[in-house]
Structure formats: C-alpha cells, structure tokens
Design a protein around this ligand. Structure first.
Ligand SMILES: O=C(O)CCC(=O)C(=O)O
Ligand SMILES: [Fe+2]
Length: 396
C-alpha cells in the first residue's frame, strides 16, 4: 500500500462501509464560485471559501425542469461534488429538532450509551465513540456518532444476511427510555433527506443519460428507491476545553479526516454549534467543511442552515463513469479562545444501493478495480465486503 493511501486509510477505521477512501482522479477545477477570501488565525494558509451551487426545492420537484446545467456545475467533472437544495418544506424545524438531541445523547450516562453499542455491526448501528481512528492512528475521542437506518428498523430477518452484511442488515438500536424523542426526530429528518435526495437523483439521471446509455432501472433514482441500506449518522463533536490543542492530523482535518463517502449520495445538514447549551454562530470562520478539488485545491465550502447539501459518493462516480464525481472532504475544528467549550452537532444521511443490488462496473473506470471480477459484476454488499477485507484487514 502506498504511503499516501495508507495515510488516507487511517481514519474511519471502525470499518464503516460508508467511508471508504480513495484518492480521486484529477481533472476538476472550481473557481467560478469563489466568493471571498477568509482570514483564519494569522500565520495559517488561507483557503478560498466557496458557496455551493443551489437548487430550489420547487425547481427540483418539477420533473420537467432541465437542471442539467446545475447538476453539472455541482456534481460534474468540473464541479466540487456538492450542491445544496433550498426551501425544502419542513426541513428547518426537523434539522433543529434532531441536532438539539445530539448533545443530549452524547451526555447520557456511559452505561446507557454502552447499551446502545453494537460490536457485531462494527459499530455501524447505534452509538459509536472512540471506535474510529484519527489520522494519527489514535482512537477518535473527538466525536461520537449514532447510526440508524431511518426507513427500516429491521432491514431483514434472514440470519445469514445479518451475518454476512452486519453493517447493512443489522437492526436499529434506539434509546427508548433514555431519549425516546431521538427515534422520531431521526426518522423524520432522515426520510425527508432521502425523499429530496431521490428527486435529486432523478435529475442526476437526466443529466447522465445525455452523455451515456443507461438501462432501465440502472439509474441512481431507481437504485436508491429500491434500497434497504440507507444509513443516517448523527454526529456530535465534543467541546474542546483547550481548542488550540487538537493536535491530531493536520489542522485542516482536525475534526474529521479526509475521505470520500462510499455510497451513492450523501445528504448533509449544516453543523450547529452550541456553547453552554445555547446555539451560537461558528466561532472561527476557518472551521467547517473542506473539499479537495480535482486540481488538488483545498477549498472551504459553505451552505445555509436551511439547506440540505448533497455530495456524491464513490459508487455513483463509478456507475456514472465519472459523469458525477465523488467528493473528497474533511471537517476542520474551530480554534482560538472563542472556540473553547463549543460543540458541533450535525447529521449525514448516506444513501447507498441495496446489499443485493447488482452493480455493473464499467470497464473504463478504474476505482478499486482490483476487487472487481472479470465479468464486472458484484452486488453492492459483496463489493463493500471486499473493500473492507482489502483495506481494513479486520474481518472477524
Ligand atoms: O461533520 C460533517 O459535516 C461531515 C461528516 C462526514 O463527512 C461524514 O460523516 O462522512
Ligand atoms: Fe463524509
């Protein structure tokens, strides 16, 4: 394994199939939407801040609208691999409802959280803290995550499937007595992000089908509509008392290391910061989501708190033959005195194909092609397992 690859692979090593990591092919450039240059701490490199391409919910809901230009600008070979949907009815309050529960969940007694852990799924259901690794290889104690399938509490009752694909086929674990609101809020926001994401997928298919032949049922929308594998992740970044002291990794990826999401399409909320239980604006303009462009530029990406951002995962890049490009990203923690005692809550919704979905890997795409058999066909479940075996060496 090359050193850069092993470095890239060091994080998220609690083997979450959502976050396999690849270096991306290079040919993207993004400059049109550079809106401002932000200064962070004095002596540090300053990265440009870009606004996401936006699509309004009403445009998106119109299946006759031609959104190809925007899809290309956001997701195409010259885009960043992210765009956001504005004015989604009901989104703002569902976001707030759920994100406010993240600190409450994270601050439950240790023994309650322990009961929410699921070793068998390699912590891909329920509570996960300190199970992933930072870029340094040390356990990631900076954030806690809560994973659940927002659509299906029990995706399958077939024991052999649970054994074979535990991270997809396991069951949800809700804190029924300790935090009963979590299940309702998580499912409501998760479903909304999936519904909007599926509509976005329809428009992605329209765009891709202009450039390449697509068989019926092969498009992103159909793949997502048939899936039992979608997974939500409620993230809680614990407050740092000495916020200049997050020494792990480079300062860019101090909160969440560089990676691309493994699945099809990831919905993201804008992070919510609180201090002493009060919602505050982000205390450091340099903190937040960063993306690496195809030309290896690093940019900070911003979108509004009332918008749902969507990023492309690796599986979509492969199946669309690069018409839609995956998004290498990381999260930078706030620094400075103002950041002391500040936490961050956010939600990521990984939309991914069903474990049984037959994927036909194009001959001309060379991402992870070492695990693709000569006939170019694998199910998504098999594909994920092969990658986990290869990269994480940790199948038990
Ligand atoms: O915290 C964030 O904003 C992003 C988290 C993320 O990239 C992930 O969970 O895959
Ligand atoms: Fe991610």
């Amino acid at each position: 394994m090359s050193s850069i690859l092993s470095r890239l692979l060091l994080y998220n090593t609690h083997f979450a199939p959502q976050f396999l990591v690849i270096p991306s092919p290079s040919s993207r450039i993004s400059s049109r939407r550079i809106t401002c240059q932000k200064m962070s701490c004095t002596s540090e490199t300053v990265f440009p801040t870009l606004r996401t391409v936006t699509i309004s919910y009403s445009e998106l809901a119109d299946k006759n609208a031609d959104l190809s230009m925007k899809i290309e600008e956001g997701f195409g070979p010259n885009g960043l691999g992210i765009l956001s949907v504005t004015d989604v009815p009901g989104f703002s309050s569902l976001r707030q409802n759920l994100l406010h529960l993240a600190p409450r969940l994270a601050n439950l007694p240790e023994e309650v959280k322990k009961d929410l852990e699921d070793h068998h799924s390699r912590y891909n259901f329920g509570w996960s803290h300190g199970k992933e690794k930072l870029e340094s290889g040390k356990p990631d104690m900076l954030k806690g995550s809560f994973y659940a399938n927002p659509l299906l509490d029990v995706p399958t009752t077939e024991a052999f499937l649970v054994q074979r694909y535990p991270s997809y086929c396991g069951s949800n674990i809700w804190p029924h007595s300790a935090l009963p609101e979590l299940e309702i809020a998580f499912k409501a926001l998760g479903k909304l992000i999936i519904d909007v994401g599926s509509t976005l997928a329809f428009h992605c298919d329209q765009y891709v089908s202009k450039g390449m032949k697509m068989r019926e049922n092969e498009g992103l929308e159909q793949i997502l509509l048939h899936s039992r594998c979608h997974k939500g992740r409620l993230l809680y970044y614990f407050p740092t008392q000495h916020s200049n002291c997050i020494e792990d990794g480079d300062s860019m990826s101090s909160w969440c290391g560089w990676h691309t999401d493994h699945g099809s399409l990831t919905g993201l909320t804008c992070g919510m910061f609180t201090k002493d239980g009060i919602v505050i604006p982000c205390p450091d303009s340099a903190a937040g989501l960063y993306i690496r462009t195809r030309t290896d530029q690093i940019v900070k990406v911003v979108f509004g708190e009332d918008e749902i951002a969507y990023q492309i995962g690796e599986t979509t890049e492969i199946l669309s033959r690069g018409y839609l490009c995956a998004t290498p990203h990381c999260v930078r923690a706030p620094k400075g005195e103002q950041a002391s005692g500040v936490d961050r809550s956010t939600f990521a919704l990984f939309m991914q194909p069903d474990w049984d979905e037959q994927l036909n890997f194009p001959e001309d795409v060379h991402i992870h092609d070492e695990v693709i058999p000569p006939n170019g066909t694998l199910t998504f479940g098999e594909y994920t397992e092969k990658l986990l075996d290869k990269y994480y060496h940790l199948k038990t």
